[in-house]
Write a protein that binds this ligand. Structure first.
Ligand SMILES: [Mn+2]
Length: 350
């Protein structure tokens, strides 16, 4: 099968052109992304919707959950991304000839919209870069070696001959900057920077995106972060760092747990730490865990143990138990993964 040259990616050229053809002729498109959406999913939705509208298609972005506060600067208006309302949206979804799912290839991560997608007779297209996808789509463009779904979309838009206007380039740039860790992760290649260059040329402004993403935080959020840092714990001989956010802390700082800042990167920054964990006690009686790694251990393996998913260096999952018990079980699992990685390293060097 012919492969495109893009980013050393394994996107089959035929799949890309088939998806491009479907999008070039579509009249009515429903676009969505995963629950608890992020800069990659939201950025891709906006870029694709705007590019398709410019070609005359009727497009609606309908998600199960709200757009996180730091990403709202990307919206042209409050209704550009709709939060699913069956009374208002079911008709549109049923009549859409194309459904595009971005930054996720697993049905359950669409929340209430999973059933809608499964029932839909539309041509189903998925653009993604996660390891786990299910055979739910007519066209699946997924490459886990890419930083962001935005890279897949950038490639697809080029094949479609879509115009990169500033309003398309800005959300696409945001998707790339967020999912590449500000152009710092291992999956950044020369192509990543060429894409960024093309987007800046097309009108994306890096400083504007940075200020909006990172420098509009609330005092409560920064103080919560301070308290978490104050109580960071080192485990497994300093190789695992963990932070805890109790439901009491969330209430005290009036922070919506769905809008938690990315605190987990701070314990990760400690020298010698290979895995960083943030445990957040959700009100509904379960613990949400964010895991980050530096490469020695794949935190996606840790997430899989608990039924979650993600990427080798960034993953997440939930555990239905108390904060203490979740901490104990997850730390045990980390210890096992570290032992396994030590054994592996020894075998390789032997
Ligand atoms: Mn992503």
């Amino acid at each position: 099968m012919a492969e495109t040259n893009f980013n050393g990616a394994r996107l089959a050229a035929e799949s890309v052109s088939a998806a491009a053809r479907a999008l070039q002729t579509t009249r009515r498109v429903w676009i969505t992304t995963h629950i608890k959406s992020d800069g990659d999913g939201i950025g891709c939705e906006l870029a694709l919707a705007r590019a398709l509208r410019a070609r005359g298609a009727e497009v609606r972005i309908i998600n199960d959950t709200v757009v996180p506060h730091p990403l709202r600067f990307l919206l042209a208006g409050p209704d550009e991304i709709l939060i699913y309302d069956p009374a208002r949206d079911d008709r549109f979804i049923q009549q859409a000839d194309t459904a595009v799912v971005l930054d996720v290839g697993l049905g359950y991560r669409l929340g209430r919209l999973e059933a809608k997608l499964r029932q839909s007779a539309a041509v189903k297209i998925c653009l993604d870069h996660h390891l786990d996808t299910e055979p739910l789509f007519d066209h699946l463009l997924c490459d886990p070696e890419l930083n962001a779904t935005g890279e897949v979309l950038f490639h697809l838009l080029k094949v479609m001959g879509a115009e990169l206007t500033p309003s398309v380039a800005t959300p696409l740039y945001t998707s790339l900057v967020v999912d590449s860790g500000n152009f710092s992760y291992e999956r950044c290649r020369p192509e990543t920077f060429r894409m960024a260059g093309a987007l800046v040329e097309a009108g994306a402004r890096p400083y504007y995106v940075h200020v909006n993403l990172h420098w509009r935080r609330s005092l409560a959020e920064v103080k919560l972060e301070g308290e978490v840092i104050d109580n960071v714990e080192l485990c497994s001989d300093g190789r695992v760092a963990c932070g805890l956010v109790s439901s009491e802390m969330l209430r005290r700082y009036t922070i919506d747990p769905m809008e938690m800042p990315d605190i987990v990167n701070i314990p990760l920054s400690l020298e010698g730490v290979e895995i960083a964990l943030l445990f957040v006690e959700m009100d509904s009686g379960y613990i949400k865990v964010s895991a980050r790694g530096k490469g020695r251990v794949k935190v996606s393996d840790l997430a899989h143990v608990f039924g979650g998913g993600g990427h080798p260096l960034a993953a997440g999952f939930s555990v239905r138990t108390t904060l203490e018990e979740a901490r104990r079980r997850v730390l045990n699992e980390c210890r096992a993964l570290l032992v396994a990685s030590d054994l592996e390293a020894r075998t390789i060097s032997a």
